[in-house]
Design a protein around this ligand. Structure first.
Ligand code: 293
Ligand code: CA
Length: 161
């Protein structure tokens, strides 16, 4: 898919960089543009890259945005990944971001998109509380803590690659 035009008229597009994960890069200034884009809007942690879309969407649309880009919503699986993602959420300054996990299958049992149970969690004290009986998605606050939320709420879209 075609991307947006940047502030200097450069074209940005989703693609697979050679020997790495798919990420956003500038066609005009290949690796230099890619590095700057990741520096400003991404986080690299281990073999994983988190990249912010900078806009807010309900969960299902957010899932589609990430899938279209060749990634998925973020699944922080340890403290280092959680902190990398938190830095991005904080820097974006657009409020909380959606994570990939839901308890849509079985209430109270949060799983990754593949259905596996969580290997790591960073719930805010008192969460998940299924407030109002309809909180099947998970948001990350700017402080890195997690809260279950209704999937129809609009939250910052960050993708994992
Ligand atoms: C309740 C109690 C609050 C909590 C909130 C969230 C909503 O209103 O303390 O912050 O639920 O869990 O997702
Ligand atoms: Ca909650």
């Amino acid at each position: 898919p075609k991307g947006d035009s940047g502030p200097r008229g450069e074209q940005w597009a989703w693609t697979a960089m050679p020997a790495t994960r798919p990420c956003f890069y500038a066609q005009t200034e290949k690796s230099k543009g890619w590095k700057m884009e990741l520096f400003l809007h991404g986080q690299s942690v281990g073999q994983k890259v988190f990249k912010t879309a900078s806009f807010l969407k309900p969960f299902q649309e957010a899932q589609q945005v990430c899938a279209q880009a060749g990634g998925q919503l973020p699944s922080p699986r340890n403290a280092a990944e959680n902190e990398a993602l938190q830095q991005l959420v904080e820097f974006e300054n657009k409020g909380a971001a959606f994570l990939s996990m839901t308890d849509s299958q079985t209430e109270g049992r949060f799983t990754y998109p593949g259905g596996e149970p969580l290997v790591y969690s960073n719930w805010n004290p008192g969460e998940p509380n299924n407030s109002g009986g309809n909180e099947h998605c998970v948001e990350m606050y700017t402080n890195g803590k997690w809260n279950d939320r209704p999937c129809g709420e609009k939250r910052l879209v960050i993708c994992e690659f």
